[in-house]
Design a protein around this ligand. Structure first.
Ligand code: GLA
Length: 394
C-alpha cells in the first residue's frame, strides 16, 4: 500500500473512532488479503501452495474497555455490532460481524481470556473476488485480541484459530492457505507452504529488481454457488484417497502420498472424473515445487509455462474455471510482455493472476479489458499489486 493511501485510510479510521467512541484508539492493526501464485485446491489435500500477501488489507483501530463487551463499527457496512464475550452466537443481521464473533469464540474455546474493546474496521480487499477478504478480517481480529490482551499468540496459532473461525463458526470449509499467508506474508516474497506439516519458506520474488508487476484482474464474474462446488471438489478428492487406498492395499492419508506414475497405474480403479480430480492435485503439487525452483534460478520463462499448465489443469481436470475466465487468461497470456497468467483462488469466476513486465501494465490495462468486454460483455478490473507483509501493528 502506498504511504499516502495508508495515511488517508488511517486518518479516516481515527475520525470514525472519535465519532463512535470518543477519544483515540490505543492500537491499529492490519492483515492483508492474498493472491495465490500457484498451488490451487492443494491445501486441503495436504499439498503445496505458493501464495503472496497483497498490499490490500483490513485495518482495525481499537481500545480496550474494562467490561466484557466487544463493540465494533464496520466502516464498510456503516453498521455497529455489540455483543457480550460471555455469550457469543452467530448473527444473521450483520454477517460481517461473524468474522469478529467467530474469532473471539474460537479463542475462548481454546481457553484464552480477554476483555472487551471498542473498535472500528475498514478494508480495501475487494470482497467476493477470491482475494481472501474474510481470512484477512479473521486474522486481523485474532492479531488484535492477542495484542490487546497480551496473549502472545504465534503466527501459526493466529492462522489456525482464524481458519477454525471460518470452518466452524462462519461455516465455510476452506483449507489453511488464506489465513496462513495473511499471518506470515513478507514484502516482495511468496510463501511456499507445505500444508501437511505447516512448514514454510519465504521465497524472494525480486519483482522490483526484475522490473516485473504482479497483476490481479477481476473477471467481473461473481463467484456464485462457490461453497457447494468447493465442497463437492473436496469430497471427490476424499473419494479418490479412499479408492486409491483400497486399490493399493495400504493406508493413504491424502493425495500428497501419491506420485503421478502411481496414479496412472491405478487409473482403472477410479471413475474417470475422480481420476482427473486426483491428477490435478498431484501434478499441481509438482508444479508448485518447480515454480519455486524457477523463481530461485530466475527462469521466468519456466514460471510462465507452469502458470499456464496450472490453468489448463484447473480448467480440464479439476473443472473450476469458466469461459470468461479462460478468455481473460488467454488474452492476458498472449499480451506482449506477459510472463504468464492463470485463474487464482477457488475458481468459478473471481480473479486471474499474471506476472508481466512493469512497462507493459499501462498498455495492458488500456487494451485487454476493452477486448475482454467485446468478447464477453463483462467488465474486467485490473489491480497492480505489491507483495506485502503479514499481519502487523500499524
Ligand atoms: C479457497 C480456499 C483455500 C483454497 C483455495 C483453492 O480460496 O479458501 O483454502 O482451498 O480456495 O486453492
Amino acid at each position: 500500500m502506498s504511504a499516502s493511501l495508508q495515511d488517508n485510510r488511517l486518518t479516516a479510521l481515527h475520525e470514525r473512532f472519535a465519532k463512535e467512541f470518543g477519544g483515540a484508539p490505543q492500537i491499529v492493526v492490519r492483515a492483508p488479503g492474498r493472491v495465490n501464485l500457484i498451488g490451487e485446491h492443494t491445501d486441503y489435500n495436504d499439498g503445496l501452495v505458493f501464495p503472496v500477501a497483497i498490499d490490500r488489507d483490513i485495518i482495525i483501530a481499537a481500545r480496550a474497555t474494562d467490561d466484557n463487551f466487544i463493540e465494533i463499527y464496520s466502516e464498510d457496512y456503516q453498521q455497529k455490532d455489540r455483543f457480550s464475550i460471555a455469550d457469543i452466537i452467530k448473527t444473521e443481521e450483520k454477517p460481517w460481524s461473524n468474522y469478529v464473533r467467530g474469532t473471539a469464540a474460537v479463542l475462548l474455546k481454546h481457553g484464552y481470556k480477554f476483555g472487551g474493546f471498542q473498535a472500528v474496521s475498514t478494508g480495501n480487499v475487494p470482497q467476493g473476488a477470491g482475494l481472501s477478504s474474510s481470512a484477512a478480517y479473521e486474522v486481523a481480529v485474532c492479531y488484535l485480541i492477542s495484542t490487546l490482551s497480551n496473549l502472545s499468540l504465534t503466527k501459526k496459532q493466529t492462522a489456525l484459530f482464524a481458519q477454525e473461525a471460518e470452518n466452524n463458526f462462519v461455516g465455510v470449509n476452506c483449507g489453511i492457505m488464506d489465513q496462513f499467508i495473511s499471518a506470515f506474508g513478507e514484502p516482495d516474497s511468496g510463501l511456499l507452504i507445505d500444508c501437511r506439516t505447516l512448514d514454510y519458506k519465504s521465497i524472494p520474488l525480486n519483482l522490483k529488481g526484475r522490473e516485473l508487476a504482479l497483476v490481479i484482474v477481476h473477471s467481473g464474474v461473481q463467484r456464485g454457488l462457490v461453497d457447494s462446488k468447493y465442497n463437492e471438489r473436496r469430497s471427490q478428492c476424499a473419494e479418490g484417497v479412499q479408492l486409491l487406498a483400497k486399490h493399493l492395499k495400504r493406508e493413504v492419508k491424502s493425495l500428497r502420498e501419491i506420485e503421478e506414475l502411481e496414479l496412472d497405474e491405478c487409473a482403472m480403479a477410479l471413475p474417470e472424473i475422480i481420476f482427473r480430480r486426483c491428477r490435478h492435485v498431484i501434478t499441481e503439487n509438482a508444479r508448485v515445487s518447480a515454480t519455486v525452483e524457477a523463481f530461485e534460478t530466475g527462469d521466468l520463462a519456466r514460471v510462465g509455462k507452469l502458470l499456464e499448465a496450472s490453468h489448463q489443469s484447473l480448467r480440464q481436470d479439476f473443472e473450476v474455471s469458466c469461459e470468461p475466465v479462460d478468455i481473460l487468461v488467454d488474452l492476458t497470456a498472449n499480451y506482449p510482455g506477459v510472463t504468464g497468467a492463470r485463474m487464482t483462488g477457488g475458481g468459478f469466476g473471481g480473479c486471474i493472476v499474471a506476472l508481466m513486465e512493469k512497462a507493459a501494465v499501462p498498455g495492458y490495462t488500456a487494451s485487454v479489458p476493452v477486448e475482454y468486454l467485446k468478447q464477453t460483455g463483462l467488465t474486467a478490473t485490473v489491480y497492480d499489486c505489491q507483495a506485502a507483509a503479514g499481519a502487523s501493528t500499524v
